[in-house]
Design a protein around this ligand. Sequence first.
Ligand code: ADP
Length: 361
Amino acid sequence: MPWFHGKISGPEAVGKLQPAEDGLFLVRESIRHPGDYVLCVSTSGEVMHYRVIYKDNKLTIDHIQYFYNLIDMIEYRLCLSPPAGWLLDISKLTLGENIGEGEFGAVYQGEYLGQRVAVKTIKCDVTAQAFMQETAVMTKLQHKNLVRLLGVILHKGLHIVTELMSKGNLVNFLRTRGRSVVNSVQLLRFALDVCEGMEYLESKKLVHRDLAARNILVSDDYLAKVSDFGLTKLDSKVSDSIKLPVKWTAPEALKKEKFSTKSDVWSYGVLLWEIFSYGRLPYPKMSLKEVKEKVDGGYRMEAPDDCPPGVYALMTSCWEQEPRRRPTFHKVREKLEREMGKHSPGPGSELRDRIGSGSGS
Ligand code: ADP
């Protein structure tokens, strides 16, 4: 278990829990009382040390709450961390079929108090602990183009409950339908949806770091929403640069880990390319090494087939080498809206409906 640190002293434990964030914890073996354990938890900038008492095959730190193993006790501690009101009741959840595999675990569809939801399982480890710290941020974010967090469940690990996006991720959506079903106005709508979600994150000074079509989900009524905005930030904190999505990441972020709204704008340009190529993998047939070298040398992807020139111009502006020269999401939205005006649909064609009748799902 990553939170188990063996025989270290109290001050050493405090050192390991820096910077102090609420809910951060570790377990160490007591030096003064060999055989005993100490749970160290950071709360309100201070680290509390609780001696774990082992009695009658059970563990306790307060003689009130007893646990059969350390993991249960840790879960109980973690469960004190989510902001008030965001801890959901597992007895009100009905789990349905598996609908996806994430980096941290499986995704299931389900129902919570009559609402259709998606449940993402995160095994209880460092990630879950780190996620708890991000929950506070996520709970404050609400926008029609961000996948809505409904709460968390603690039961043999952490489960994140969000609204169900029944049409799955945007890459699969576009790949399985293609040009015959989705036209360019609909593509522009998706682009605009994502842009509005990002403009909202931009206004909150939040950086996504992993903006890509695979992280955009499509709702029942064909709205595109940005997902994974809480996780991705901690993802790159926990991991190292080896795991960066090279084809989507801006050069300054790849080389100097300089992530900003402007590096998100670069990724957005790649996402636009994915949208207008109906879900193709960017930089087709190029290795990651080649992409890094060529992009550094000024190479940029060509326009996808039949891509409106205005949209391609927008993509290339997102790929300015100099971050400051890239547009803001606010500016991108204005440009897309102007583009939308040029592609106004004919009378009687409500495009979100048209996709619905054309596809089986
Ligand atoms: P990770 O970011 O850990 O790789 P994702 O969140 O992308 O995992 O989830 C993996 C897949 O599960 C997605 O590509 C999507 O198909 C499905 N999925 C995730 N969240 C939802 C949701 N809220 N509604 C519907 N499907 C979802």
